[in-house]
Design a binder for this molecule. Structure first.
Ligand code: ARG
Length: 459
């Protein structure tokens, strides 16, 4: 006879489809290690309350470690007809190993409601620590390349139209600073994830005077959730993580989009390594930037999980309702997507071939039109006027089919008498970037400062 953990009050069987519909074991098994660690801490705390004797605690700990080893060795046998979730599966197996007499005492005062919230927070906390490392690695690669390639100048774009020359490193750091802010946000979010709901019980708290602080400390939490009803109801830690991850993936996606454009034959500023490209099954010449397209595409899925969970949660009445189980799969998939994506992005960037001569060749004299206007500003002409004059120079170049920097001194003088011989110095891309030396600009000193800013955000 199969017996559900909560079978006492039930007489009829459950619809087989309902059993599957209700079960979470095939995904929440991801928490087996956290679930067992949490149970050991819970049992230890219940030895202090007198619920368990020292011998009983020792037996439970021995049994739980044996269950852990089965999972580790991939020897744990899930019984789908009774193992509804990871919590029931572990307790069922514990009873088989040490006997139901003692195993049956483990869950005293505890509910799967505080148990699952504890497992999820521990799992998520560990993943976020790993992701912190991956994101830091990505930023270190960004900074290293920005330092190495600081002298390369390329077209900067607005509306995807050539706008003004910028350093390649300046472009790279424009993304780098967004990712560095993501690292700060991650560390903020972590503090709210790493708080312990164990000991909240089903909703009202623990009636045996359990030492929640001791359990939280043993399990590596920074603090407690101080209201038992909110402890079991709260999935804000998942929502916040996915909001964080969605912001990060939005940055990943825009970064990838730039690189997809820059890697086309039309731009050719960068070449993607074979390791992050794939071929076409039909066209032999193709090398496609699949890694970057997947980074862009998977961002949509990451946002979807975030929005989906917010919709699932928003109308739930107080404390635990089974809707909350719907927070698990989005969290698992979102976190995997984010974690994998950062590592792929790091691989793409660290193997990317930069083509500075192609960047240089894409610079056109009309991109210096602002510098021509600025030249006259320095002679005391109001900018609104110089903007107009420089526009006339652009028009003259277009009408005569002459690149702007090839116009004769006489032609320029013809547009405005205030142009002098030193105007030739303004037709210089290096000079153009160096002029932008105010903080945050694209001059070498200003870009070097940005590198220092990102480095500081990394520690
Ligand atoms: N698998 C459940 C979840 O993920 C565990 C909590 C079940 N609690 C309950 N009262 N049915 O939410």
């Amino acid at each position: 006879e199969k017996s559900m953990l909560w079978g006492g009050r039930f007489t009829g069987g459950v619809d087989p489809l309902m059993m599957k519909y209700n079960a979470s074991i095939f995904y929440d098994r991801a928490f087996y290690a956290q679930d067992i660690r949490g149970s050991i801490a819970y049992a230890r705390a219940n030895q202090k309350t007198g619920i368990l004797t020292a011998d009983e605690f020792a037996e439970i700990e021995r049994g739980l470690k044996a269950v852990y080893k089965e999972w580790q060795d991939e020897a744990f046998e899930i019984k789908p007809e009774i193992d509804e979730d990871i919590h029931t599966a572990n307790e069922r197996r514990l009873g088989e190993i040490i006997g139901k007499q003692i195993a049956g005492k483990l869950h005293t005062g505890r509910s799967r409601n505080d148990q699952v919230a504890t497992d999820m927070r521990m799992w998520l906390r560990d993943e976020l620590l790993r992701i912190d490392g991956y994101l830091s690695d990505f930023l270190k690669v960004t900074v290293a390349i920005a330092e190495r390639d600081i002298d390369h100048v390329m077209p900067g774009y607005t509306h995807l139209q050539r706008a003004q020359p910028v350093r390649f490193s300046h472009w790279l750091l424009s993304h780098g600073l967004a990712f560095a802010a993501d690292l700060q946000r991650l560390r903020e979010t972590f503090k709210r994830v790493n708080r312990c709901p164990l000991g909240c019980g089903a909703l009202a708290g623990n009636p045996f005077g359990i030492d929640r602080d001791a359990m939280a400390k043993e399990l590596g939490f920074d603090d407690l959730i101080y209201n038992s009803m909110s402890g079991v109801a709260d999935r804000d830690f998942v929502v916040e993580t996915m909001q964080w991850g969605s912001t990060l993936m939005q940055h990943v996606s825009r970064w990838a989009e730039d690189l997809i454009i820059y890697s086309t034959a039309e731009f050719d500023f960068v070449k993607l390594a074979d390791a992050y490209s794939t071929g076409s099954s039909l066209m032999p010449q193709k090398k496609n930037p699949d890694s970057l397209e997947l980074l862009r595409g998977k961002s949509g899925r990451a946002f979807g999980h975030m929005a989906g969970l917010m919709m699932s949660v928003k109308g739930i009445p107080s404390t635990y309702n089974k809707d909350l189980q719907e927070s698990v799969e989005p969290m698992l998939d979102h976190v995997k997507t984010v974690s994998d994506s950062i590592q792929i992005a790091t691989g793409v960037l660290s193997t990317l071939k930069i083509q500075p001569e192609k960047m240089k060749a894409a610079l056109t004299p009309d991109m210096l039109a602002t510098d021509i206007a600025d030249y006259l500003v320095r002679k005391g002409v109001p900018f609104r006027e110089t903007h107009h004059i420089s526009g006339q120079v652009v028009a003259l170049a277009e009408q005569t089919g002459t690149p702007m920097d090839q116009l004769s001194y006489e032609q320029l003088k013809g547009v405005d008498a205030r142009f002098e011989k030193d105007i030739v110095d303004s037709f210089d891309y290096q000079k153009s970037v160096e002029m932008r030396s105010a903080k945050g600009g694209t001059s070498k000193a200003a870009v070097l400062e940005q590198i220092q800013v990102v480095k500081k955000m990394l520690v």
